[in-house]
Design a protein around this ligand. Structure first.
Ligand code: SF4
Length: 428
């Protein structure tokens, strides 16, 4: 039987750079636009060259992320989708998403997208306060966002997701509550709700210690408020940052969290195929040149061992409200998780996890602490393995027992910061 796969297409172009964004994207103000025609040619050539590898798969999700795909141009997006259809088996009921920025797409273009088979939009709204949007360098107002949303509905989109961010400069609890109210008023099918992470190299970084940035406690309150209020508005939380009406969970993103296969095209795109993770060069000019010459553009690749996959199972599934199961874990990896279970039970006493119908899951407070907790769970899993392979060595045997495969993983305490765990930009 043919396997199912998701396709991610990266579009690294934006009208301008937002103050908080550390994703690799080229803005029109810095002359990025002149590369667009050659990038389009390269992506299509890349897909055509990959046709043989796509042959064994049924494509059930396609996601155009960025960057700003709507700024890149609908005709180009449609041509890339056609290339995928010509070179792979895109299922008729495939979930096909494009990220859209308010004000960067007209009604006619939305209709064109819908007619070409796009059936889901992800609109980056971020917040309802126009002064804050301006501070962030967003090129739209909340009213623009409402208008784009309504036009998308008129164009026939019945599955729309919106992105919002908390912890923004000068955002207090009242303005966050306003954002939630006004966003809920749009009646989107899906809401992604991220915490602002101030990254080095962004314009906002200079203000990282400013009193105008809500502190961790305030951000934690904002998150828990969102979980509660969105549930009241009918949005079920299914992942740390994602909420949906029943049946509208993002099929594409679920592939990342369930460890399923996906193939990326475009500069900086990540893939996971046959237990191998790989990513392409982020440099757009290099991508265009190397694809044009038929050369390799893989920048990183990593063959995952079974044990690493078992770690990913813990790390990714605990991000979801689907959670993890001892039996499932054993059936897939033939590994016990006694040490992990000990910790999960301890967390349960603190109100961070719960056990239901054979599965362990994080509570909303657990999600807040998930970076730290998942780090501890991965360490526990490694400790168990070390003891099985070296039964003479006790837990206190020292350094070696502490040396983990996951030393590179973030285990810092505090608010979760994992809005971009693998491969794709989650807000734009
Ligand atoms: S946040 Fe989105 S729109 Fe803004 S610069 Fe980054 S990728 Fe572009």
């Amino acid at each position: 039987m043919e396997k199912k796969v998701g396709i991610y297409v990266h579009i690294p172009f934006c009208k301008s750079k937002c103050a908080y964004c550390n994703f690799y994207s080229l803005s029109s103000f810095k002359g990025g636009d002149k590369l667009i025609p050659d990038y389009q040619t390269a992506v299509i050539k890349h897909i055509e060259e990959y046709a043989a590898q796509l042959d064994g798969y049924l494509i059930d999700t396609v996601y155009f992320g960025g960057g700003t795909p709507s700024y890149y141009g609908t005709s180009r997006l449609i041509n890339i989708l056609s290339a995928l259809k010509n070179n792979g088996h895109v299922l008729l009921d495939s979930e096909i998403t494009a990220e859209v920025n308010p004000g960067s797409i007209s009604r006619e273009e939305l209709i064109k997208l819908r007619r070409a088979g796009f059936n889901r939009l992800s609109i980056g709204i971020q917040c309802a306060d126009n002064t804050t949007l301006n501070t962030l360098g967003r090129t739209h107002t909340f009213e623009d966002a409402e208008s784009t949303f309504n036009e998308a509905r008129r164009a026939g989109f019945k599955n729309i997701s919106v992105d919002i961010i908390f912890g923004l400069p000068s955002q207090d609890k009242d303005s966050w509550a306003q954002t939630i109210q006004r966003i809920a008023g749009l009646k989107a099918e899906h809401i992604s709700c991220y915490s602002l992470k101030i990254e080095e190299g962004t314009e906002l970084y200079t203000f990282k210690d400013s009193p105008f940035i809500p502190d961790d406690d305030t951000q934690a309150d904002m998150y828990l408020y969102a979980v509660d209020m969105l549930a009241r508005f009918g949005y079920r939380q299914y992942e740390i940052s994602n909420f949906a009406r029943r049946g509208f969970e993002s099929k594409h993103n679920m592939k990342y969290w369930l460890g399923e296969e996906y193939i990326g095209f475009g500069s900086g795109a990540h893939s996971y195929v046959g237990q191998c993770r790989y990513s392409f060069t982020e440099d757009v000019e290099e991508y265009i040149e190397q694809v044009g010459l038929g050369r390799t553009i893989v920048e990183h690749d990593e063959q995952m061992s079974d044990f690493e996959n078992a770690g990913e199972y813990l790390m990714l599934r605990l991000r979801t409200t689907h959670g993890i199961s001892e039996d499932e874990y054993y059936n897939i990896y033939r590994l016990k998780m006694d040490f992990v279970l000990e910790l999960l039970k301890k967390y349960e006493q603190s109100g961070w996890t719960y056990y239901k119908e054979g599965r362990w899951k994080f509570t909303p407070v657990g999600f807040l602490l998930s970076n730290m907790l998942i780090g501890e769970l991965l360490d526990a899993q490694t400790r168990q393995r070390t003891q099985i392979s070296k039964p003479w060595q006790t837990e206190s045997a020292g350094e070696d027992a502490q040396m983990t495969l996951f030393d590179k993983r973030p285990v810092a305490a505090g608010l979760f910061g994992g809005r971009r765990l693998i491969g794709r930009n989650e807000f734009s």
